[in-house]
Design a protein. Structure first.
Lengths: 111, 114
């Protein structure tokens, strides 16, 4: 069964550093998303991406964040200058239409 | 604005008993409703969805949910709980057609007691 994959599973970085979180969505899916979950809190939408551009973004997704689909398979989330409060689990998701399929997540720890 | 409420942070149920995890929603337009389950250190796994049609929706692992438009609810149910059902359950809503982003509830931790 096809699945969304994410790398790395855990990323530790120092405050102010850039990080890139990587996702490989399900191959025939057209819509891609990033969500985050701060420890003990609910899952929050960050950004959606369709047809090689951002279709919607939340207030969390400020200028420090960017997304890219550099080739036909990868979908990346970049945080330019990480802050302590960026520590969270980041989930990638994809869909055609209907339910979204989530990856296992990347745990980002900013020290 | 879209929102989801899960009024119970924790639900405990004895193995073999029926379980209910509650969810109410607020959305502009027609709601698309989902339940996801999260096991420790894992991602979100899709359980079931309501888009249109029959108000009783059946999903994975014997779970079902009932859409109630008048009460704006979408409670998750299972007739007989298993210990392996113990996990964190999230209700989510989106709106209209297309692939809009999901709005999640705060989650309910289900513990099934042997």
């Amino acid at each position: 069964e096809p699945e969304v994959t994410q790398t790395p599973s855990h990323q530790v970085t120092q405050m102010g550093q850039e990080v890139i979180l990587r996702c490989v969505p399900i191959s025939n899916h057209l819509y891609f998303y990033w969500y985050r979950q701060i420890l003990g809190q609910k899952v929050e939408f960050l950004v959606s991406f369709y047809n090689n551009e951002i279709s919607e973004k939340s207030e969390i997704f400020d200028d420090q964040f960017s997304v890219e689909r550099p080739d036909g398979s990868n979908f990346t989330l970049k945080i330019r200058s990480t802050k302590l409060e960026d520590s969270a689990m980041y989930f990638c998701a994809s869909t055609t239409l209907g339910e979204q399929y989530f990856g296992p997540g990347t745990r980002l720890t900013v020290t | 604005a879209q929102s989801v409420a899960q009024p119970e942070d924790q639900v405990n149920v004895a193995e073999g008993n029926p379980l209910t995890v509650k969810c109410t929603y607020s959305v502009s337009g027609n709601p698309y409703l989902f339940w996801y389950v999260q096991y420790p250190n894992r991602g979100l796994q899709f359980l079931l969805k309501y888009i249109t049609g029959d108000n009783l929706v059946k999903g994975s692992y014997g779970f079902e949910a009932e859409f109630n438009k008048s009460q704006t609810s979408f409670h998750l149910k299972k007739p007989s709980a298993l210990v392996s059902d113990s996990a964190l359950y999230f209700c989510a809503v989106t709106y209209g057609e297309g692939a809009n982003n999901l709005f999640f509830g705060t989650g309910t931790r289900l513990t099934v007691i042997p």
